[in-house]
Design a binder for this molecule. Structure first.
Ligand code: PLP
Length: 366
């Protein structure tokens, strides 16, 4: 879109009315992959067997596009409860991606001077959404190995009394799983909510879902995006109904569209297909990690997710550009700076995509 205008009046009006913290942001940038092998966004690279696609299309015939969707998405919610092992007695709220759930939580607690807290580096939307909602954001640096600095977190919690602490478990973009005892200590110390964001649960073999009910301030968030349904935009938040019924007032009606409700229910009915894919990805992650570790000048960090963060000895921007020029798109974290200077992040793809990436990387660092 072309926003350019010679109308200085308009630019004055923008300065007058768009909040300074919004003007200071840059929009969440999603590069155009073109013909590249796409290993930048933690997507599942696999599609469905032909018969399953046919059955899904059959199911879509019954979707009533002329009607509003079920506002509570009851059929899908029941399916998710079972598929995600939400403990009995805990409530569930669905979002248009877990991004929307982060936004709903922030909107419900936002007030001037209130704080959203997360370790740094972590998922960028925690900071961005805090800013959108006019809240203060406090990022607490992780240790050099990207483990939680529990003492620093507890001190920051005492000093800032955050309304919400977000803990990505495993963390993005670092890939590691925080120490369970540290997470518990944070939940116990936090005066407000702690949201454990389990976007990478399918690859992690660890969860706080079964702990819901042990704490009155713990919520667990999941998404179907990373397990193979990124196109549907569906996330879920589980926890005590007293909290979720407040958040539900903020949720826009019909936030989960008809096609998503039907398609996600269908996909989870066949979740053994998705599970076989995520297990394959988890195995291939180990192969890819070993191969990265064997390259000199490359240091991969341990990962419990479907991506690997790695540090390169040379110029990371140049390595990223060389990979892109050879047709492999990954994520360049070097521009973020700080602890991520020199770092790149690759999503685990199909074995042949991983090989193409490794070959391109080998040439890029030669
Ligand atoms: C990808 C990601 C999300 C967002 O997931 P959507 O459901 O696709 O909005 C949330 N949290 C973390 C940590 C992520 O990496």
């Amino acid at each position: 879109m072309n926003f350019a205008s010679n109308d200085n009046l308009m630019s004055d009006k923008i300065t007058d009315w768009i909040r300074p913290e919004i003007r200071a942001l840059s929009a969440y940038h999603v590069p155009d992959p073109g013909e590249c092998i796409k290993l930048d966004a933690m997507e599942n690279p696999y599609t469905w067997p032909e018969e399953m696609v046919d059955e899904w299309l059959q199911r879509l015939r019954g979707a009533a596009l002329n009607r509003y969707p079920d506002p509570a998405a009851r059929v899908l919610a029941d399916r998710l409860r079972e598929a995600m092992a939400v403990p009995a007695g805990q409530a569930l709220m669905l979002g248009n991606g877990s991004d929307e759930l982060i936004q709903i939580i922030a909107q419900a607690v936002a007030a001037p001077g209130r704080v959203i807290m997360a370790p740094e580096p972590s998922f960028v939307m925690y900071r961005m959404i805090a800013t959108f909602c006019g809240m203060d954001y406090v990022g607490v640096p992780l240790r050099e190995d990207f483990s939680l600095d529990c003492e620093a977190m507890l001190a920051a919690i005492a000093a800032h009394r955050p309304a919400v602490v977000f803990l990505a478990y495993p963390n993005n973009p670092t890939g590691n799983l925080f120490d369970e005892a540290d997470v518990r200590a944070i939940i116990e110390a936090a005066p407000g909510l702690v949201v454990v964001d389990e976007a990478y649960h399918a690859f992690a073999d660890a969860s706080f879902m079964s702990r819901l009910g042990e704490f009155d301030n713990l919520l667990v968030m999941r998404t179907v995006s990373k397990m193979g349904l990124a196109g549907l935009r569906l996330g879920l938040l589980a926890g005590p109904s007293a909290w979720l019924s407040e958040f539900d007032k903020v949720r826009l009606p019909y936030n989960i569209n008809v096609l998503t409700q039907v398609s996600a229910d269908f996909a989870l009915e066949h979740r053994e297909v998705l599970e076989a894919q995520t297990q394959q990805i988890t195995r291939d992650r180990e192969t890819l990690w070993q191969a990265l570790n064997a390259l000199s000048g490359v240091m991969p960090y341990p990962s419990r997710a479907n991506f690997i963060l790695f540090r390169v000895a040379g110029d990371a921007d140049a390595v990223f550009a060389a990979l892109k020029a050879s047709g492999v798109l990954i994520k360049n974290l070097n521009p973020v700076g700080g602890a991520l200077a020199g770092c790149l992040r690759v999503t685990v793809g199909r074995p042949e995509e991983n090989s193409a990436f490794l070959q391109a990387l080998h040439s890029a660092i030669a």
